[in-house]
Design a protein around this ligand. Structure first.
Ligand code: XMP
Length: 513
């Protein structure tokens, strides 16, 4: 049996993925498709409801994006958000114009008044804050529609046609600033579209396993396991589905954090799979010998990784399927502009035309990151693997500034471990997006006991960010920093100073390389 599905038609707004996540949080499956999806494809998709997203354009401008007008004849409920609301209005006989004066343009938090007899606003207060971002305005509402919300500046903030089950809002119910946005989406999904909430991870797991089994048959499957969340969850799913037909190749490049290699191996020991751990530390260190430039390090590590994986692939022999941990944000086609772009993302760059395989399996390609984590838990992966913070493929190789040696890597591993341990003891894990230690190539004078030291400085880096594109340095309490510093200097030989990086991104990057 198929899940009920909601269709999100993407008009290029900045919150489009957020809408999809909100729908899925309501246990309703949805997909984001470009606004020009054909009506045949929409019919075949068979949605229980359609959401038009926001977008940067004006509906009355020449060439502005619109959906196939056949969507209005499907008998399926539609919710238009911002541009999507104006589109409904424009196409069904209303009038949308540029706001005449600045007072009718609305940006930011806006007090909004609701007609709570409208099913979209059922059960919410008559007045609350919404998040607006529109310069256009519905001067005339189409026939059959009534007004269901207004603000001081704008009489037409919400429109509804209960007969056809078409609803529009000028604000963004998907963002947190809209106080009752989640309730409105819930009302749309459950009361208006008749959702039953059949999208659960337990159910997804079962279906995904069945699908993999029927596709793979008795074929051989190969997976490059990095220890990151996505490849670990993909491996766990495949392990459950095809057991020993799966070979996971875990390239331990010696640039992992303390205990990491063993933890990954341990997590996979419960499945009857072929788990190959290639201890390639010596080989990586040899290739990186004397290399100081971070970009060169990255290239060397990437190439070496592929070479090791390739050699293992050849040992295994004919492989039918290769698994990749691609996730949904990487595959969503953007509705921006006319040429929709599909990003193709590879977890491990450059993999792999060398192993002779039939097809790529991407079991996570319809899941958001938080859903991948949920699936991981459902499959019984330990929490530390499922909730781990991002870790760069080149690992500690780039967090040791300057040329690498095993001694420096060991020193960094210890310091980083202490940092993580103290953050965990302080209960701050959930409050930081990413935190790690880096080993600077700066040595300076210190005094320990009665003696002079001339040792390295460890840099601590901790940031908060929602998208990792920009980031703010985290305000870790001084007493926590103090404990970390005392422990590192006392427990890690070769370090006599601890520095805390108070630079945001930009101008710095998150990594310290
Ligand atoms: P930067 O340093 O560019 O990092 O601000 C942004 C985020 O990306 C992570 N990062 C990587 N992740 N392979 C990865 O899988 C890489 O080569 C890599 N380099 C940086 C970084 O940890 C941060 O979360």
């Amino acid at each position: 049996m198929q899940n009920q599905k909601v269709l999100i038609l993407d008009f290029g707004g900045q919150y489009n993925q957020l809408i999809a996540r909100r729908v899925r949080e309501n246990n309703v499956y949805c997909e984001v498709h470009p606004y020009d999806m054909s009506i045949e494809a929409i019919r075949a998709y068979d949605p229980i409801g359609i959401i038009f997203t926001g977008g940067p354009q004006s509906v009355y401008a020449a060439g502005s994006p619109h959906a196939d007008t056949g969507v209005y004849e499907l008998g399926v409920p539609i919710l238009g958000i911002c541009y999507g609301c104006q589109l409904l209005s424009h196409e069904l006989g209303g009038l949308v114009t540029a706001a005449q004066d600045d007072s009718a343009r609305e940006y930011g938090k806006t007090t909004t008044y609701f007609d709570t007899s409208c099913p979209l606003f059922n059960g919410i207060p008559g007045e609350s804050i919404t998040w607006m971002s529109h310069g256009d305005y519905m001067a005339k509402v189409p026939e059959g529609f009534k007004l269901s919300a207004h603000s001081a500046a704008c009489p037409n903030v919400g429109i509804s046609d209960d007969k056809r089950r078409f609803y529009g809002v000028q604000f963004h119910p998907e963002v947190n600033h809209t106080e009752y946005g989640r309730n409105m989406l819930h009302n749309f999904l459950y009361d208006i579209c008749g959702a039953t909430g059949d999208w659960t991870m337990a159910d997804y797991k079962k279906r995904a396993i069945d699908e993999v089994r029927s596709k793979v048959g008795d074929g051989k499957v190969l997976l490059a396991l990095s220890g990151g969340v996505d490849s670990s969850v993909a491996a766990a799913l495949l392990a459950e589905a095809v057991g020993n037909q799966l070979t996971c190749v875990f390239v331990d490049h010696g640039l992992m954090r303390k205990n990491e290699g063993d933890e990954v191996q341990e997590a996979f020991s419960k499945w009857d799979i072929n788990f190959v751990r290639v201890n390639a530390e010596a080989r990586f260190l040899a290739a990186l010998d004397g290399v100081e430039d971070p970009e060169r390090k990255r290239k060397i590590i990437g190439e070496e990784f592929i070479r090791v994986f390739e050699e293992e692939g050849k040992k295994i022999g004919k492989v039918d399927y290769l698994v990749q941990g691609t996730i949904y944000p990487d595959v969503i086609e953007s509705g921006k502009g006319d040429a929709a772009v599909i990003k193709s993302h590879h977890n491990v760059g450059g993999l792999p035309d060398y192993v002779d395989f039939k097809e790529i399996i991407e079991p996570l390609r319809m899941l958001f990151k938080d859903e991948v984590r949920q699936l991981g838990r459902e499959l019984g992966l330990p929490s530390y693997l499922v909730t781990r913070q991002p870790f760069p493929g080149p690992g500690l190789g780039i967090r040791v500034i300057g040329a690498l040696t095993k001694e420096k890597l060991d020193l960094l591993r210890e310091a980083d471990y202490i940092f993580r341990d103290e953050i965990s003891k302080a209960g701050l894990e959930g409050a930081l997006s990413q935190y790690f230690a880096a080993l600077t190539n700066m040595r300076s004078v210190g005094v320990m006991g009665d003696g002079r030291t001339y040792d390295y400085a460890i840099a601590l880096r901790a940031v908060n960010t929602s998208d990792f594109m920009t980031a703010d340095w985290a305000r870790i309490p001084f007493d926590v920093l103090d404990r970390i510093s005392v422990r590192i200097v006392n427990e890690v030989a070769g370090v006599n100073r601890v520095l805390y990086d108070v630079t945001s991104k930009p101008p710095a990057t998150i990594e310290f390389e």
